[in-house]
Ligand binder design. Structure first.
Ligand code: ATP
Ligand code: 3PG
Length: 393
């Protein structure tokens, strides 16, 4: 169901609590990737232009309800100030009298960043009292944190029950792009699923099997499917308890007329290391003591051809252990094929988004989701609590 957005309400002169996902990677105090901060700028700038008093809330890392000095949001406030080209006030807490006073002194068109909401045990517990205290800071709630929308936490869900609650532009865009792709896909529609474990991708594979024309499998999870077809996989990642499930997914693909492609060759290594001995072997010849850490050249070529013939491609999860150069070729080949594809290309966040950035191909994609877990759950067809709590249009 369509949700109200910031455009549907009047925010002039109002205190607006805007939940953003500023959970960015840090190296000490240095932000190594500010994509998520940049992605929130359009909503923040709009609120400022409209004359709102903007109060931003975010989590950073997983401090588990305790104050962790290294997870304070000060470096984020600094970077945001640079990006906005204006002062960003920073509160040392997320709730309480001091913060309320700070907000009381703010003028329309000013912005304050609250402290990491996960310093409070009530955040992840979705404690109604903590949600109420957050709500007390503002007149309106805007959720622009797509990356955290799959979490039913106080700042993403609970607070929405106490204030008029609407979607920000980033959240809206993510829902429009991902939702549009799944509901009315351009065809041929191809999904590429990789990553480590079948366990993590069952839901998304099941849902996509009712929608796509082609499903291409890679990464560690491929070997459970390969085993399910009767091949031996040596020391490759294998989830014994998911072999039967893999078989049933293959049957479902057949029943739904989905072209389900698995690797036909792979790069095997004699150990899990960047300087391991490697060789390329057919999928029926994985040596007993070796493990498959990437898709092979023949698979890359086949997958590339299908991608180039597609009008819509969704990609989630790397094709191999792309963190090690010798096993990054499969993932890079998929990234390049997507860049060369004339159709719509959507990257489902997480490691695949990192691989695209690393390859310098981000600008060539139609959409790179800012959500890892959130985009995965959305692609599984799940309702995201942070979205469900917003007002219907
Ligand atoms: N053949 C393989 N053997 C072992 N590990 C693999 C293999 N292929 C990929 N991986 C590993 O899978 C990991 C990524 O899996 P994961 O399921 O977390 O991906 P993802 O969906 O992109 O995740 P997230 O959204 O959490 O970032 C990478 O660290 C990569 O090294
Ligand atoms: O990085 C993410 O995927 C989001 O910010 C959510 O973080 P979480 O997995 O710690 O809830």
């Amino acid at each position: 169901m369509a949700k109200k957005s910031v455009k549907d309400i009047d925010v002039k002169g109002k205190r607006v609590l805007c939940r953003v996902d500023f959970n960015v990677p840090l190296d000490g105090e240095r932000i190594t990737d500010d994509t998520r901060i940049r992605a929130a700028l359009s909503t923040i700038n709009y609120l400022l232009e409209q004359g709102a008093i903007v109060i931003l809330a975010s989590h950073l890392g997983r401090p588990k309800g305790e104050v962790k000095e290294e997870l304070r949001l000060d470096p984020v406030a600094k970077r945001l100030a640079d990006l906005l080209g204006k002062e960003v006030y920073k509160a040392d807490e997320a709730i309480g009298q001091e913060v309320e006073e700070q907000i009381g002194n703010m003028q329309p068109g000013e912005v304050l960043l609250l402290e990491n909401v996960r310093f409070y045990p009530g955040e992840e517990k979705n404690d109604p009292e903590f949600a109420k205290q957050l709500a007390q800071l503002a007149d309106v709630y805007v959720n622009d944190a797509f990356g955290a929308a799959h979490r039913a936490h106080a700042s993403t869900e609970g607070v929405a029950h106490h204030l008029p609650a609407v979607a920000g532009f980033l959240l809206q865009k993510e829902l429009d792009v991902l939702g549009g792709a799944l509901e009315e896909p351009e065809r041929p529609f191809t999904a590429i699923i990789g990553g480590a474990k079948v366990k993590d991708k069952i839901g998304v594979i099941e849902n996509l099997l009712t929608k796509v024309d082609n499903l291409l499998i890679g990464g560690g999870l491929a070997y459970t499917f390969i085993k399910a077809q009767g091949y031996s996989v040596g020391k490759s990642l294998l989830e014994e308890d998911k072999i039967e499930l893999a078989k049933s997914l293959l049957e479902k693909a057949k029943a739904n007329n989905v072209n389900f492609l698995m690797p036909v060759d792979c790069v095997v290594a004699d150990r899990f290391a960047a300087d391991a001995e490697t060789q390329v072997v057919g999928i029926d010849s994985i040596p007993d003591e070796w493990e498959a850490l990437d898709i092979g050249p023949e698979t890359r070529a086949r997958y590339r051809n299908i991608i180039l013939e597609s009008n819509l491609v969704i990609w989630n999860g790397p094709m191999g252990v792309f963190e090690m150069e010798p096993f990054a070729h499969g993932t890079n080949a998929i990234a390049t094929a997507l860049a060369d594809c004339q159709g719509t290309t959507i990257i489902g966040g997480g490691d695949s988004a990192a691989a695209i950035e690393q390859a310098g191909l981000a600008d060539a994609m139609s959409h790179i989701s800012t959500g890892g877990g959130a985009s995965l759950e959305f692609m599984e067809g799940k309702i995201l609590p942070g979205v469900a709590a917003l007002e219907d249009k």
